[in-house]
Design a protein around this ligand. Structure first.
Ligand code: HEC
Length: 157
């Protein structure tokens, strides 16, 4: 074998190894371990609660337009919910009910429902329509968080 051919062969093998290792790293990054995903979704949920509380305070202060950013955070969170409940992630740290995986279509519909409500809230807040914003805010918790928590989440005592 000529030296240049051998050199090419070694280089090609090295590149293949680099590609395979890179692929494995990318895959482990997109498929987090169950423990991590439970922490990630609980964190997202706490951000939902903080965003709703902030929106409530702004409503009270008459700062209508500023509610739009809170609503947008909740809308984006809603879009992430289906990806944060992969099968097999019902670990001990989780308060999700088995229904999340038994009735996956309903669970995803509940997330979509919150996204729709949050986008509506964002748009009325942006338009500074205080009455319409207040009307949505009044129902928001029960119609979005509540309709999902009742069937899909165990209380923490
Ligand atoms: C599509 C379903 C769904 C929607 C919509 C939803 N949640 Fe949740 N939420 C859950 C589930 C399921 C859990 C339990 C997750 C776990 O422990 O694995 C949870 C947990 C929580 C927790 C506890 C987090 C922790 O630290 O353990 C809070 C707080 C929370 N949600 C707030 C909210 C608020 C506020 C809203 C509405 C603005 C909301 N959620 C909307 C399904 C939902």
């Amino acid at each position: 074998m000529k030296t240049s051919t051998l050199r090419h062969l070694v280089l090609f093998t090295l590149l293949a190894v680099v590609a395979i290792v890179g692929l494995a790293a990318a895959q482990s990054a997109t498929v987090p371990m169950a423990g991590d995903v439970v922490a990630a979704r609980q964190r997202l949920m706490r951000l939902n609660a903080a965003s709703a509380a902030d929106a409530q305070a702004k409503l009270k202060a008459g700062n209508i337009e500023a509610i739009a950013v809170n609503a947008e955070v909740i809308a984006i969170n809603a879009g992430h919910i289906p990806f944060l409940f992969p099968k097999g992630s019902d670990t001990q740290a989780s308060y999700a009910k088995p229904e999340v995986w038994e009735k996956q279509a309903e669970f995803e519909a509940a997330a979509k429902n919150m996204e729709t409500w949050a986008e509506k809230l964002r748009d009325t807040a942006k338009s500074k329509d205080a009455a319409a914003t207040e009307a949505i805010m009044k129902e928001f918790g029960a119609k979005t968080c509540g309709t999902c928590h009742t069937p899909f989440r165990r209380p923490k005592n």
